[in-house]
Design a protein around this ligand. Structure first.
Ligand code: AMP
Length: 541
């Protein structure tokens, strides 16, 4: 028997229409390359989104076409996030930090018909352009002399004369609306093709109180770039809730000013960014008092940093885990009522876990024979997930059991434990595990251990080839300037309190900075190259 409810297709226009009609006076702030803070309302955004859709239609962009963005977090990027899906096309944010060689493969596979370029990246885009075939280019904030090709046009000129009524109509909620490539830390980047339905459901789920918990009174700043897994869904979530949104325009060094100037209440980004910003935030504690919540993910957030933010700055840290494949939210770490009476250090240890599945997401851990493992907080297994906002296949890739199970779960490639309360803890990426003398060593665990030493600023642990043991761990660390001599011995001693002897890295290499990927995660491939060239050490390969 069928129910008697409206078959009302879920689509991104519901987010945009709601933002315009109910929250039309709320603000979008963008820090321009000139350093000026530009602001307009959701009503103005709505007007321009209609114009943009008309302009793209006039250019010949049709339903299903891919429109790439090569941009940082700006209001134009937000306009594209709305206009492209609403005309039935597919918005494809490109990671501006990838090399032209890496990106050209992605653009060529996606077959982007139009690329919208943020002018501050003109020079690097010009290099990419030599390796791709794209008919139409529109650029904004372009102060360089580069015009790219004969057809390229300036964004304002492109939209200004277009009609401001479009008439958005998406009937099939399963039609594609956005394409994001994974960061490719484990090999070739793979395309994840989101649907209107999956993105709307993700937005509703992400806005629950125990997840992003964004309300109309919030001022939300995604520090995470809008090209990393759709800015973690924050742009749509903020618009739907009617919160103001603050876009930093790639000015990471002005984040603290921006928080103070616009009264940011909720900000999101990877742990490395929050570690870097911590001293500046601490110095300007009073000016940034509006900030009450950090959403942190992409990599493990060390408990010492959680403690710093919560205890010293009074900012709640919500540690999340997700994947581009999951739109990206999978689990979120908030405390249960029963945890409230625990001592603070225990609370921070819980918060350093990746948390419980958000409503709508299912998780499980399995062994190498795909048998489900117990939720006892100890047994480690491969993490598998499913949800209405998780990919079931990759773009232009034949589905394989390497990534998806026969019974419809995504194989995450992460190793995890789950405790009886449903809190998941990422042990490591399966491929990162170091095998030494037949035993497993978790580089993530050693990294966490190193970060609890007060003089360690950043740490990464990788496996290197070893004749006797097969592999051995070595640590690459950034230490604070006041560190005394004999660092290796001090750090060995420090780790010896927590880890078995064979886990202690054979060598500690002190560096000024740890290489990061395009999404600010520790770049183990770059570290491997660095130690091979500078120290003549070969990795497990
Ligand atoms: P991406 O698709 O680039 O967002 O990368 C997803 C991967 O990042 C996951 O499979 C994890 O390996 C890792 N990851 C994401 N969030 C966390 C976290 N909070 N702690 C540890 N690893 C994480």
């Amino acid at each position: 028997m069928l129910g008697l409810m409206m078959t009302y297709p879920l689509n991104i226009s519901q987010i945009l229409e709601h933002a315009n009609l109910i929250h039309g006076d709320k603000h979008v702030y963008t820090l321009l390359p000139s350093g000026k803070l530009y602001t307009y309302t959701y009503a103005e955004l709505y007007h321009r989104v209609n114009q943009l859709a008309n302009a793209m239609t006039a250019l010949g962009i049709c339903r299903g076409d891919r429109v790439a963005t090569y941009a940082s977090n700006t209001y134009q990027h937000l306009e594209l996030y709305c206009a492209v899906p609403l005309m039935g096309a597919v918005v494809h944010p490109l990671n501006v930090r990838l090399s032209p060689n890496q990106l050209s493969k992605i653009v060529n596979e996606a077959d982007d018909k139009l690329i919208i370029v943020d002018g501050q990246f003109s020079e690097q885009f010009a290099k990419l352009l030599q390796e791709i075939d794209c008919k139409h280019i529109v650029h904004f904030n372009n102060n360089s002399k580069l015009t790219f090709n004969d057809n390229s046009i300036q964004y304002e000129q492109f939209i200004t004369e277009a009609d401001s009524e479009y008439g958005f109509e998406i009937q099939d909620e399963n039609s594609a609306m956005a394409l994001c490539y994974t960061s490719g830390t484990d090999g070739k980047p793979k395309g994840v093709l989101y649907t209107h339905r999956s993105m709307c459901l993700h937005t509703l789920a992400a806005n629950q109180a125990d997840v992003f918990g964004i309300t109309e009174s919030d001022v939300v700043m995604p520090v995470v770039p809008m090209f990393h897994a759709m800015g973690w869904g924050l742009p749509y979530a903020a618009m739907f809730a009617g919160a103001d949104i603050v876009l930093h325009g790639n000015n990471i060094h002005r984040i603290v000013d921006l928080i103070a100037e616009t009264g940011v209440t909720v900000a999101a980004g990877v742990p490395t960014v929050w570690a870097r910003l911590y001293p500046a935030l601490q110095k300007r504690k009073r000016e940034i008092s509006s900030l009450h919540r950090l959403i942190v993910g992409g990599e493990p957030m060390p408990s010492t940093l959680i403690e710093g933010y919560e205890k010293e700055l009074g900012i709640e840290v919500r540690h999340a885990w997700g994947m581009t494949e999951m739109s990206p939210t999978g689990t979120f770490c908030t405390l249960r009522k029963t945890h409230q009476k625990l001592p603070d250090t225990e609370k921070w240890n819980i918060k350093a876990m990746q948390g419980r599945p958000i409503p709508g997401v299912q998780i499980r851990i399995v062994d190498e024979n795909s048998a489900e493992l117990p939720w006892d907080g100890k047994t480690i297994g491969e993490l598998q997930v499913r949800s209405p906002w998780t990919a079931c296949s990759y773009y232009k890739t034949k589905s394989s059991t390497e990534h998806f199970t026969k019974d419809g779960w995504l194989r995450t490639g992460d190793l995890a434990t789950i405790n009886k309360e449903g809190y998941m803890h990422i042990v490591d990426r399966a491929k990162a595990i170091i095998r030494s003398g037949g035993e497993s060593i978790s580089p993530n665990a050693i990294q966490r251990g190193l970060l609890t030493h007060p003089q360690v600023v950043e740490a990464a642990v990788i496996g290197v080839a070893d004749e006797k043991w097969g592999e051995r761990p070595i640590a690459v660390v950034v230490i604070s300037s006041d560190t005394v001599e004999n660092t290796s011995e001090v750090l060995k001693q420090h780790l010896a309190n927590e880890f078995p002897k064979f886990w202690i890295p054979d060598r500690f290499i002190i560096v000024d900075e740890i290489p990061k990927t395009g999404v600010e995660k520790i770049d183990k491939n770059a570290i491997i190259k660095m130690i091979a060239t500078e120290f003549n050490i070969s990795s497990k390969g």
